[in-house]
Design a protein around this ligand. Structure first.
Ligand code: BTN
Length: 235
C-alpha cells in the first residue's frame, strides 16, 4: 500500500465525524494523514446538512497542506478522483460529477465530499462513498451504492483506490497545472450545456451550465449574461 506510507493512518470504530478527528489530529502531527471510521454518529454534509452514515459505507478524511488560492482547483480534483474510483469498480455505469464534487449515477448520488480547514494551510477533505447501502430517506437527491450497481467491494479496496487516484491526479496537477484536470472534469459534468437551478440558501439562480473557471467556480449563461457561482447546489 505505497499510498498509505506517505500518510499517517488512523482507523476508528465509531466517532462523531472523520472530519472532526482529522482536523484535531493534524493540529498535533502537522503531517498528511487519513482517518476512517466504521460508523459516524454525527457525519456532516455540505452547507450544514448531515451525512447519513450507514455501516459498511466509506467515511474517510484525507488531510493535506495547500494554499488557499489552490483550494478551488483541488475541490474539482477531488470530485475527479472519486469519479475514477467509482468508474474503476463500476466500469459500465454512467458516472457523472455534479458541481463541484458530488458523484452521480443516472441522477442518483453515490458520493459526497466536504472540505474544511484545520490549522494553518492544512485542509480536511472528507469523503463519503455509498458502498453497501444508500440512504432511502432524508436526502435531497435520489441515492445509490456500488452494491446496487452490482459491485461487491470492500471498504479497504475502495479507500486504497481512492488514495491512489487522488495521489495520481495531485501529482499531475502539481506537474502540469489545472487545464487537463479541468478538461477531464468537464467531460463528466452533470447537466453540462443544460438548464440548471443553483440554490444558495434563500436565493437561486437559473441558467445554462457552461463550464468551470480556473478557480473551480461554476459559469452559467443566465438571462443577464454569463455569471459565476462559487457556492450552491445544482438541480
Ligand atoms: C456532501 O455531499 O454534502 C458532503 C458529504 C461528506 C461526507 C463525508 S463522510 C466522511 C467525512 N466526515 C463527515 O462528517 N463528512 C465527510
Amino acid at each position: 500500500m505505497p499510498d498509505l506510507i506517505k500518510r499517517k493512518y488512523f482507523e476508528f470504530e465509531e466517532i462523531s465525524s472523520t472530519n472532526d478527528l482529522a482536523a484535531r489530529l493534524v493540529e498535533k502531527y502537522k503531517f498528511p494523514l487519513v482517518v476512517t471510521a466504521l460508523r459516524q454518529t454525527a457525519g456532516r454534509g455540505r452547507r450544514g446538512r448531515s451525512w447519513i452514515s450507514q455501516e459498511g459505507n466509506l467515511f474517510t478524511s484525507l488531510v493535506f497542506e495547500a494554499e488557499l488560492k489552490d483550494l478551488g482547483q483541488l475541490v474539482i480534483l477531488s470530485g475527479l478522483a472519486v469519479w475514477r474510483t467509482i468508474k474503476f469498480f463500476a466500469p459500465n455505469a454512467d458516472v457523472q460529477i455534479k458541481w463541484p464534487n458530488d458523484v452521480m449515477i443516472n441522477g442518483a448520488k453515490i458520493s459526497g465530499i466536504l472540505f474544511e480547514r484545520s490549522v494553518d494551510n492544512w485542509w480536511v477533505m472528507g469523503v463519503g462513498i455509498n458502498i453497501v447501502s444508500a440512504p432511502e430517506k432524508g436526502t435531497m437527491y435520489p441515492t445509490c451504492s456500488l452494491k446496487s450497481l452490482g459491485a461487491n467491494v470492500s471498504r479497504t479496496d475502495v479507500l486504497e483506490n481512492l488514495l491512489a487516484q487522488f495521489d495520481d491526479l495531485y501529482e499531475q496537477w502539481r506537474r502540469c497545472g489545472f487545464s487537463e484536470i479541468k478538461k477531464s472534469w468537464l467531460d463528466k459534468a452533470y447537466k453540462q450545456g443544460k438548464k440548471v437551478t443553483v440554490k444558495q440558501d434563500d436565493k437561486s439562480k437559473e441558467g445554462i451550465l457552461l463550464e468551470i473557471d480556473d478557480n473551480g467556480g461554476l459559469i452559467l449563461q443566465t438571462e443577464n449574461g454569463t455569471e459565476r457561482v462559487l457556492i450552491g447546489d445544482v438541480y
